[in-house]
Ligand binder design. Structure first.
Ligand SMILES: *[C@@H]1O[C@H](CO)[C@@H](O)[C@H](O)[C@H]1NC(C)=O
Ligand SMILES: *[C@@H]1O[C@H](CO)[C@@H](O)[C@H](O)[C@H]1NC(C)=O
Length: 137
């Protein structure tokens, strides 16, 4: 019983922890050339910033191609999980289709690379442990 209490407290702490704003790279390749699709997070002068500008940001996103009418690579914060997907879009007057992709991830600074690793937030993991413990302890 005491163990359950400890787990509950741990869970609440984690929950609280995840309410702190996530940090993401926030840049636009149209403004900053370094914000290209690929960059080495150890080599770049770009710095990730706390997502204070986006309400309830819980995800980092990276979009490439033509997304939301803007061509280029954009990294930003998001309150919604936009998933990982690509589509081919053609602007009026264009001959070619532009490959447009969006990547979403949920850990600090995770939106630098091409492939984004999905990591379960810590509070999720604790929640799973907690629920499991209710049944088995
Ligand atoms: C990120 O999103 C916020 C809110 O929509 C916007 O104000 C900001 O300009 C965006 N940053 C970049 C680099 O696109
Ligand atoms: C994703 O995870 C793999 C293996 O855990 C690692 O080698 C790779 O560098 C990670 N990629 C990113 C973008 O963090």
């Amino acid at each position: 019983m005491r163990l359950k209490l400890i787990l509950l407290v741990l869970f609440l702490i984690n929950l609280n922890d995840s309410a702190i704003a996530i940090k993401c790279f926030q840049c636009d390749s149209n403004i900053d050339l370094e914000c290209s699709e690929y960059f080495d997070p150890d080599m770049t002068s770009l710095q990730s910033k706390s997502c204070d500008n986006v309400f309830e940001a819980r995800f980092c996103i990276k979009t490439t191609g033509m997304f939301g009418g803007v061509i280029g690579t954009i990294r930003n914060c998001s309150s919604r999980d936009l998933g990982d997907r690509c589509s081919y879009l053609k602007r009026p007057g264009d001959q070619r289709y532009v490959r447009s992709c969006v990547y979403t991830c949920s850990s600090d600074d995770c939106n630098h690379a091409q492939k984004i690793n999905h990591s379960l937030p810590l509070s999720m993991i604790t929640l799973i442990i907690f629920i499991t413990s209710i049944f088995y302890l």
